[in-house]
Design a protein. Sequence first.
Lengths: 156, 205
Amino acid sequence: MSERLPPALLEKFKDLQTEPIKSRIRNKNTTALAQAIGHKDQKYVGEGAAISPAYIGTLVVKGLFSLADAAVKNDKGEDVKLITNPGKILHGSMGYKYMDLDCVKDGDVLITTGKLTKIFVKNDMLFLYADMVSKREDGTVVQETNIGAICRKGGF
Amino acid sequence: MVKASDLTVGKKVEFAHGPITRAEIYAYGKASKDENGIHMTDDFAVQMGLGAVIAHGMLSYGTTIAEVDNWLAGSGKLAAIDCEMRGMVRPGDVVYSTFTVKEVSGKKIKFTWEQYSKCPLTISKGGNVVVTFEGEERKWVAEKDKPLIKTEELKAPLKWVKTTWDPPFPAGKYQEAVETWNDGGELKFLWRLSLQGNAEIELKE
């Protein structure tokens, strides 16, 4: 348990929406990522490139990390931030279900939204879990994710 | 070409990646826009109590996705994947991923998978340490992880990352090069579970 974040206050963060992450797909960015992780298939490189499933993960992580600025009001009406030191956050787990990644092309905008589903302190660490979804602007779902992060002692 | 008929329950598909360099971690940070200092700057990572930069979990996960995609080579696609991040991956580590077929349902194949990181610590010959790697020098092995230390006789050349600092670690600029050790000996290394989960692919045939 954290003195700054007693269980009742921690509970207020549950169901908190992550900041919507709007990302315009750019070939140069998706290509850079594909090259950074070692894709050999040229379909991930250059003009008209497909996006790697791993690229979607980068959008989701941004959404989760937007929670670092989240705050709720305590009994005195003061804002209490969830995370005090984002450097203490580590990515903990994830599960991706890919729907129709092949339809995502250069210039498309993906909007990734989500909400915190579980939050607790155990062994002096703060555990956060969120369900997230990335859609095209026309509403087509391209992936669903559940993702977890751990904030180490001193970071919350 | 990968075909469903070639994949029976229990069959293993293995991939290796590395040794991972700081340049690779940095490039992934830039490409993914995850430029958290614990991955990008040793100075910051040391301040955060990590001893040195660590690889993004999404990098070791991403390289695995790329390896699966390279293996499929257009004969199918990854439909779903999940994992828990169990241990840190450091510069100089080699990661080994093993996918084991759990279920075959037509052209859909389900796997369990796990990834271990191999962090080299020392090479000894005749009881004397002849090479000390960064993991040993910077004491990356926590007390609780000491039971995970293993040794093996080197029977094949070992690729490793030689990193030099000026001024000294962690604030200095570094230079790194992947070198090969060809002179045998006994390798001491940390063998740690880094990722573990499930995956599903859909094949064309």
